[in-house]
Design a protein. Structure first.
Length: 106
């Protein structure tokens, strides 16, 4: 399957969102997010912060609050050994998850 998008995060990591992940996991659980691809790209390229997932050491969590919105947008990214990333999930949330450790900006 093709990629929906590729974007570079502030640390220089390339993050990919595959068509399969977008359609089956993100839209499969949240069909109302159709058309949010640019917002998700912006979370990765211009995050407010990047945190370490407390439960999975190979996952980073990106946050951004779009203008005029109360909720944050959150993207969870699997970081591979070659420092590339693959989007696992994305969704709105009201706060960071307990136990997340800030890793960017530092």
């Amino acid at each position: 399957m093709a990629n929906i998008f590729e974007v570079i995060d502030p640390r220089g990591f390339k993050v990919i969102c595959t068509e399969e992940q977008w359609n089956n996991h993100i839209l499969g659980k949240r069909a109302w997010m159709k058309g949010w691809e640019q917002e998700i790209q912006k979370i990765i390229s211009e995050p407010l912060m990047i945190c370490q997932d407390p439960d999975f050491e190979d996952r980073n969590v990106y946050y951004r609050r779009p203008s005029r919105r109360r909720l944050y947008l959150k993207a969870i990214v699997l970081i591979t050994k070659d420092l590339n990333g693959f989007i696992i999930s994305a969704f709105p949330c009201d706060s960071c998850k307990s136990g997340e450790k800030l890793i960017w900006p530092n």
